[in-house]
Structures are given as C-alpha cells and as structure tokens.
Design a protein around this ligand. Structure first.
Ligand SMILES: Nc1ncnc2c1ncn2[C@@H]1O[C@H](COP(=O)(O)OP(=O)(O)O)[C@@H](O)[C@H]1O
Ligand SMILES: [Mg+2]
Length: 190
C-alpha cells in the first residue's frame, strides 16, 4: 500500500535527523509562525506537544503563554480516537507523560477547552503535499478532531522540508490544512 510505505519511509528518514538539525529547523519554523498575522490575531490556540523528531513546539507554547494567549494542548483518548484540548498555565510543569508517552496535562491540571473556542490549531504530521493535504500517523485523530472546531479556525501544519511530498494520497475524510510552515517557507492554501 503506497500510503503505508510513504508513512514508513518518511518516519524512518525523520528519525535519522540529528538533534541539532531538529532544534535548528524547529527554531526557524517557530520564528516564522509567530510573525504570521493569523497567529498574532489568535487569542486561543491549541498546539501539539512534540515527540520523537516532530517539529518542536516548546518555544511556541512559551511564546503563547508570554503573550497572554490561551494555549491548550491535546489529551489523547486512544480507545475513542478522540483529542480533547486542555488549557495549560505553566509549561512544562503542567504536563506529564500520557498516551504513547507524549506529554499531556497531568491529572490535576486538566482544563478542557471547547474546540469551537480555538482560533488556531497547530498540527503535526508525517507528510504533507503542496495542496495542503496531510498524512498522519494512521489513527485519523486530527481528521476526527478538526471538524469539531468552528468555521474560521485556522489549521497550521508544521513540518520539515523532508516531509513535503508530491502526493500523500488523501481520501474524502482527510481534513486539509490552511497554512503549512517549514524551515524554508510558509505556504497558505486558498
Ligand atoms: N472523521 C472521521 N470519522 C470516522 N472515521 C474517520 C474519520 N477520519 C478518519 N477516519 C478513519 O480513520 C482511519 C485513519 O485515517 P487516515 O486518514 O488514514 O489516518 P491519518 O490521518 O492519521 O493519516 C481511516 O480508517 C479513516 O476512515
Ligand atoms: Mg488522514
């Protein structure tokens, strides 16, 4: 299956990236996001907490907290394939390992946010194409979550250039991105 092969290939390549590269490229990506008009205007933002070699989001979460934005991170319910945004007040103190070892709000720090209150969602992925289509990890978590936001919520995908592919084999349930940010460019899809 082409989609499964692509997922495996990109994850293998991304796992081989050096720590210094991940950190440097992530820093460039976060600098680009904080300059976006859509980000500056957003009051409530949900951002993933990176794991493995995903684009790092720590500096972005800190930027949100330092600029009086409400920032929520996802709580993953593996059984129901559900993401719940939960507001954090302190980073990383409010977080503890959750599903798959990914950091999420610790039991005493859970403050659910209605998805319709989100002005922006920062989304990870395995691969993206130049139409704004996204290949995830295969669980469809974001495809289920994003339709619960409101019209006008901006979907921002973060990726390294090596994750941009010509075709990511989108299907009818796949939720397209509005903006893609890499270490090289910002692409806005209309
Ligand atoms: N909104 C949805 N409602 C129900 N099932 C969904 C929804 N979105 C995705 N799925 C299912 O989740 C599974 C994984 O979706 P896929 O797009 O391949 O994963 P990913 O986006 O993580 O790469 C598919 O079987 C798909 O049918
Ligand atoms: Mg999908």
């Amino acid at each position: 299956m082409a989609k499964g092969e692509l997922r495996k290939d990109v994850l293998k390549q991304r796992a081989a990236m050096l720590l210094a590269q991940v950190e440097e490229k992530s820093a460039t990506i976060i600098k680009r996001i904080v300059c976006l008009e859509e980000y500056i205007e957003a009051r409530t933002i949900m951002a993933y907490v990176d794991f493995r070699n995903e684009v790092r989001t720590g500096a972005l979460i800190e930027h949100c907290l330092g600029s009086s934005k409400r920032v929520a991170v996802p709580i993953t319910d593996i059984t129901n394939k559900l993401l719940t945004p939960s507001e954090i007040l302190h980073y990383p103190e409010d977080l503890a390992p959750g599903a798959w070892g990914i950091l999420e709000p610790a039991p005493g720090c859970i403050r659910p946010v209605d998805p319709r209150e989100l002005d922006m969602v920062i989304i990870p992925g395995v691969a993206f194409d130049l139409n704004g289509d996204r290949l995830g990890y295969g669980g469809g978590f974001y495809d289920r979550f994003l339709p619960r936001t409101r019209p006008g919520t901006v979907f921002v995908a973060l990726a390294f250039e090596m994750q941009i592919k010509e075709n990511v084999f989108p299907g009818p349930h796949d939720c397209p991105m509005h903006i893609l940010v890499t270490e090289e460019r910002v692409i806005k899809f209309s």
